[in-house]
Design a protein around this ligand. Sequence first.
Ligand SMILES: [Zn+2]
Length: 167
Amino acid sequence: MIEQLRIGIGHDTHRLGTGNYMMIGGVRIEYSRTLLGHSDADVLLHAISDALLGATGCGDIGEMFPDTEPTNANIDSAIILKSICSKIYSENWKVINIDTIIFAEKPKFSPYKEKIRNRIAEIISINPSQINIKAKTGEHIGIIGREEAISAQCVALLYKKNATVGN
Ligand SMILES: [Zn+2]
């Protein structure tokens, strides 16, 4: 049996606007501003989605869930990520680990990290120990530091069982 290893990277940014909560990593975070987007604008789940699609050579989230499609309006990004997982798991891919960074000047994410980790583990159907959540500020400069946007990055390592030589 050959085990095939693949790495994928994902990055996403959403603008901040008027609101009273935001979705980050599938967790509702009460805050005086919100993230704007066609879907629920969950930057972290979008970055994870793209990392998984990248590792498996399946393109990107925009191809699977176009923002021109009315049925994707305000869609729960957990649904997007779950459907990506069922596609790649059906092709025998398994997640080894994912590592993530949230780039946000505010709010402070330390109180939410454990909850976000557990929620992502639930969505992806892996163990929380396979997930890491980090958060960085923008040092008061750039779009992050000026609180104009929040970004997220993710790298994911996957393996495939029963891969044939040369694949
Ligand atoms: Zn997005």
